[in-house]
Design a binder for this molecule. Structure first.
Ligand SMILES: Nc1ncnc2c1ncn2[C@@H]1O[C@H](COP(=O)(O)OP(=O)(O)OP(=O)(O)O)[C@@H](O)[C@H]1O
Length: 609
């Protein structure tokens, strides 16, 4: 069945890619000026032997403080060395020294920040402690000690300075990774079974590259200043021309020939300012291209039901013969300042093949936490214990991430609440859908594309080719949810977990998306866990319902039975607040009584529970 597609394309603007970034950068006069200046300075250093025939280290007492002449276009310094030659060759020393320091800082800081931010745990604790320690050490003292130990070698000093700058890079990268690893599209990538290195390469690195480039530009300027400072203090290599050593010589002759200060001073000021301003221009150009607003997952619990908890009614027990998923005694808690807070308390449920299980309860009752526990997606700080978590006869509790990835995406799929946040804004939809298909089903690129286009058509997208080539911001929310449903069923999963899949959509699109999930479920005989707080949705498509209150299951029953005879006071309270005055009628057909579904749809549209 191909569904109608009422939702229109939201935007048609192109996503700014690398070419877009360069274009924007080149539109900034400041950036262009800085780039031109830095290119000229670099070329001057590179082609120094062609630009001057003088040896920068050659001293001649007769040329001491010589005025400008054909032989010495910028004159001679205190010991008769050619100032122009020293300026040109000094460019090499300054730029190479700064580049070395930045390279060392990035080589240490970037991988350490990535690992600490992504994996956290002991590595994060140890590396953060080391970073704090290094930042507390006064850099100049360390450099002086190193130079007195290893001799006056500028490059060794700059490599050590790179080590001292690495904590800054580490902190920046770690903070960027932590903010992006909680993004829903990163969770979605995990759920689709992608391995960590791939997630880091595709979803994390593109986000951290912008701050890294900006930081590198700033550090280059700083590196040049520090390197010149050391040379000015006379701590550099004596036989090496550098802007710092030129300043040192100029300072010694400041009263007799003050102009000697001008050349290295101008070179230093222009280069450092160009790096700083280029960093700012890069930041401006990148602004807005990283669409990374962090969205909180799940809503905070709203008002608690005043009603005292009654004992649970027909709690779910395992053991159904055709059980696809058996969860027993799941407990999830979080450490808080007031002690441990239990948010899921002994939840048991069973999903059979081809069955849609509705998981209902008010906001904060623990539905999403239960679903995330099955998916292995709970935050690291969560303490999880469960008697059993058995999927298709295999115990999943305690499996490592790599083993879990054999199930996630391939056999257990996930449809999230907020479709847009689950698509990475920097990649085309096609590439996001094709990758898990290729990985899990081992298809070639062409086969995976053909399959994906077929799926997009199947989920009711009228122009699959266009959507395949679009970026997420170019499609509507309803279309994005169809895309995610296509992605979820692409590897033919046995179990689909849909966490409030229609909450973020408008009412007309909600019904279509529910229809789609139901028809795909029947077509593929999938087990489905549908997390919702909406009894109308339950009535529409569920076979059985499990009701949760404050982290525990209070009632579990076939859907018709639950609507006809709700036994737990909490279920009755939820139903009455949903149905208002509507009377549930006895069953009319094989699924939920049509009248119940209709009345509840009406209630749902008129006012939510
Ligand atoms: N990282 C966390 N740390 C502490 N408590 C948390 C954390 N994540 C969720 N919780 C708490 O767990 C409880 C259950 O949350 P959950 O998201 O499962 O509720 P829900 O029933 O799905 O509600 P909703 O429909 O609003 O999403 C809530 O009280 C929530 O505040």
């Amino acid at each position: 069945m191909t569904l109608p597609q009422p939702e229109a394309t939201a935007h048609t603007a192109a996503v700014p890619g690398r070419a877009g970034l360069l274009r924007r950068l080149l539109r900034s006069p400041v950036a262009v000026t800085c780039l031109v200046l830095l290119a000229l300075i670099s070329l001057a250093g590179l082609f120094a032997p062609l630009l001057t025939g003088q040896d920068p280290a050659h001293t001649s007492l007769t040329d001491s403080l010589a005025p400008m002449s054909g032989k010495h276009p910028l004159g001679g310094d205190g010991v008769g060395r050619d100032v122009l030659a020293r300026l040109l060759y000094g460019t090499r020393t300054s730029l190479l020294g700064a580049l070395l320091a930045v390279a060392v800082a990035l080589v240490i800081g970037v991988p350490a920040g990535l690992v600490a931010g992504y994996y956290r745990k002991w590595f994060d604790a140890v590396s953060s402690w080391l970073a704090n320690l290094l930042m507390a050490v006064p850099a100049i003292i360390v450099l002086l000690v190193v130079m007195s130990a290893v001799g006056q070698n500028t490059y060794i000093a700059m490599a050590v300075f790179g080590v001292l700058m690495s904590p800054g890079v580490f902190r920046l990268i770690r903070a960027s990774v932590i903010s992006v690893r909680e993004e829903l599209y990163v969770d979605a990538a995990r759920v689709s079974g992608l391995a960590d290195p791939r997630i880091i390469r595709r979803h994390i690195l593109p986000v951290v590259q912008a701050p890294t480039i900006i930081q590198a530009a700033q550090m280059l300027g700083l590196g040049i200043v520090i390197q010149s400072g050391l040379e000015f203090l006379g701590l550099g290599s004596a036989d090496q021309a550098s802007w710092g050593s030129m300043l040192n010589d100029a300072f010694a002759n400041i009263y007799t020939k003050p102009v000697l200060m001008v050349w290295p001073g101008v070179a230093l000021a222009v280069t450092v300012a160009a790096f700083g301003l280029l960093g700012n221009a890069l930041r401006d150009a990148l602004d807005g291209s990283a669409v990374k607003a962090r969205r909180p997952r799940g809503a905070a619990a709203r008002k608690r039901v005043a009603e005292k908890k009654a004992p649970s009614v027909t709690p779910e027990t395992a053991g159904a013969e055709d059980a696809l998923l058996v969860l027993e005694g799941l407990k999830v808690s979080y450490p808080t300042a007031e002690g441990e807070k239990t948010v899921v308390d002994g939840v048991s449920l069973t999903v059979r093949r081809g069955e849609v299980l509705g998981l209902v309860g008010e906001s904060g009752s623990g539905k999403s936490q239960t679903a995330f526990a099955v998916l292995g997606l709970l935050p690291r700080e969560a303490r999880v214990s469960s008697g059993r978590l058995v999927f298709d006869g295999k115990e999943l509790a305690g499996l490592g991430r790599a083993e879990l990835n054999r199930y996630r995406g391939r056999r257990i799929a996930y449809v999230p609440q907020e479709p847009m946040s689950n698509l990475d804004p920097s990649f085309r939809i096609g590439s996001q859908l094709v990758e898990p298909v290729r990985r899990h089903l081992g298809l070639s690129a062409a086969e995976a594309k053909a399959k994906t286009l077929g799926l997009l058509e199947r989920v009711g997208i009228a122009d699959p080719e266009r959507v395949f080539n679009s970026y997420p911001h170019q499609i509507s929310g309803g279309m994005a949810q169809r895309v995610l449903i296509a992605g979820a069923v692409s590897c033919e999963p046995d179990l689909l977990i849909a966490d409030e899949p229609t909450t973020a959509l408008d009412v007309t699109v909600q019904a279509e998306v529910l229809d789609l999930i139901r028809s795909l479920q029947r077509e593929r005989n999938m087990g489905v866990i549908l997390v919702t707080h909406d009894f109308g949705v339950v009535a529409d498509i569920c076979d059985r319902v499990t009701v949760m209150q404050t982290g525990a299951v209070v009632e579990s029953a076939p859907v018709r039975q639950l609507f006809a005879e709700p036994r737990h006071p909490y279920t009755r309270m939820l139903l009455s607040s949903t149905l208002e005055d509507a009377e549930p009628r006895p069953a009319l057909g094989p699924a939920v009584p049509a009248s119940v579904a209709t009345s509840m749809n009406t209630a749902r549209q008129e006012g939510p529970a």
